[in-house]
Each structure stands twice: as structure tokens, then as C-alpha cells.
Design a protein around this ligand. Structure first.
Ligand SMILES: N[C@@H](CCC(=O)N[C@@H](CS)C(=O)NCC(=O)O)C(=O)O
Length: 208
């Protein structure tokens, strides 16, 4: 097994968390390098694209969250081996990136502008992606997004639902998933109850 270091911000969520979770679930040792927001300006220029997460593999750097998710998914047996199922897994992760990018664009706006832009998101793009993801889930059998078994795609959607339902996004109603995509919420509950997921958060002292 290569020597791994995963670098991301110091919170349980966001683009770096699916890879942390996948590595922990696979029992794969890695250095969990957590960057504080205070330290980020110093670290940012050292990264290939000025952003996190990063995965260091035997001293070589890999950037871009979904590339990292695919790589660690393969190591942790959480990425489909069948090419078509792998493509479906990728489709889901890229769809989640689409909506994360829209949300991220509002993150550092002045509060009044954030409020109005988040209202636009909560009225349109977020419901659109929730219902579209739910439809794709149902088309793939209703339990998992690809290969009829747990993959990094499920972990990435799980993170998105957790973020939307937790209240960390000011001005986005936390009941949107429950009102609009109950099957996706059932998927969230299913992933949360996966023994590896529950064990990881119990070990971290995080209540989901
Ligand atoms: N396409 C990139 C986006 C990475 C990204 O924007 N990461 C955010 C955190 S989730 C970041 O590093 N923000 C700090 C900054 O841009 O200075 C990926 O998927 O990894």
C-alpha cells in the first residue's frame, strides 16, 4: 500500500470528507493533514490549483476531489470495477460537484447578497439537483448510485445531504431534501447506518 497523506480543511464535511471516510472505511492508513483557515494563505501557493483537497501518494501530489475519490475508492474497494458502473459512479460525483460549485460561489458574499443568491439557489438549482439525483438513484435500483453496492458516489451524495440538512448553509431551508427528495433522504439514512460510516463518526466523536 502506498504512503498516503490527505490534506483538507479541519471540519467534517466538504470536498475532502468522502476520501477521508473511504480510507477509514477501507482500513487504509493515511496521514490526516488538517489545514486551519489561519494557515491556508501560507499553504495555498504550494497546491497545484490553489485549492484542497490534495492526496499525497508516496510523495507525489494528486489534486481534484473526484480524482482523489476515484483513486481512494479503488484502494478501499469502494469504486466499481465494471466500466459502465464506474461511469455511473463518476456521473453522480460530477453532478454533486455541479451543485457544490454553485453553493461555494455564495460562500464569501456579503450577507445581504448571500441571502438573495442563496434564495435563488434554494428556489431553483438545489431542488433541481436533489430531484435529479433522486431520479437517477431510482433508475439505478434505489439503494446505491452505482453497481448496486456502496461506492464513493454514495459517500459524496451523503456529504451533500448532510450539509444541506445540517443548517450550516445560512438562508437555505434545512428541510429542502425532506420535502423534495424523500428517497434521497432514505439513501442518506442508509449510508449513515453503514457500519463503516457509523464507526468512523463514532470514533471522531461526531453526532450525525
Ligand atoms: N475542483 C476542485 C475544487 C476545490 C475547491 O474549490 N476547494 C475548496 C474547498 S472545498 C478550497 O480549497 N477553497 C479555498 C480556496 O479556494 O482558496 C476539487 O474538486 O477539488
Amino acid at each position: 500500500m502506498p504512503k498516503l497523506k490527505l490534506t483538507y480543511f479541519d471540519f467534517h464535511g466538504g470536498r475532502g470528507e468522502p476520501a477521508r471516510l473511504a480510507l477509514a472505511m477501507g482500513g487504509i492508513p493515511f496521514e490526516d493533514d488538517r489545514v486551519t483557515f489561519a494557515d491556508w494563505p501560507r499553504r495555498k501557493p504550494e497546491t497545484p490549483f490553489g485549492a484542497l483537497p490534495l492526496l499525497e501518494v508516496d510523495g507525489k501530489i494528486l489534486a481534484q476531489s473526484n480524482a482523489i475519490n476515484r483513486y481512494v475508492g479503488k484502494l478501499a474497494n469502494l469504486y466499481p470495477t465494471d466500466p459502465w458502473q464506474a461511469a455511473l459512479c463518476d456521473e453522480t460525483m460530477e453532478a454533486v460537484e455541479d451543485i457544490i460549485n454553485k453553493i461555494a460561489a455564495t460562500m464569501f458574499l456579503p450577507d445581504e447578497q448571500k441571502k438573495s443568491e442563496r434564495k435563488v439557489l434554494a428556489d431553483g438549482p438545489i431542488p433541481f439537483y436533489l430531484t435529479a439525483l433522486e431520479r437517477r438513484l431510482e433508475q439505478h435500483g434505489g439503494r446505491y448510485f452505482a453497481g448496486d453496492r456502496l461506492s464513493v458516489a454514495d459517500l459524496k451524495v451523503f456529504m451533500l445531504l448532510r450539509q444541506l440538512r445540517s443548517g450550516v448553509l445560512d438562508h437555505v431551508p434545512t428541510d429542502l431534501p425532506d420535502r423534495l427528495a424523500s428517497k434521497l433522504v432514505e439513501h442518506y439514512q442508509r449510508i449513515k447506518a453503514e457500519p463503516g460510516v457509523a464507526a468512523y463518526y463514532a470514533k471522531c466523536g461526531v453526532t450525525l
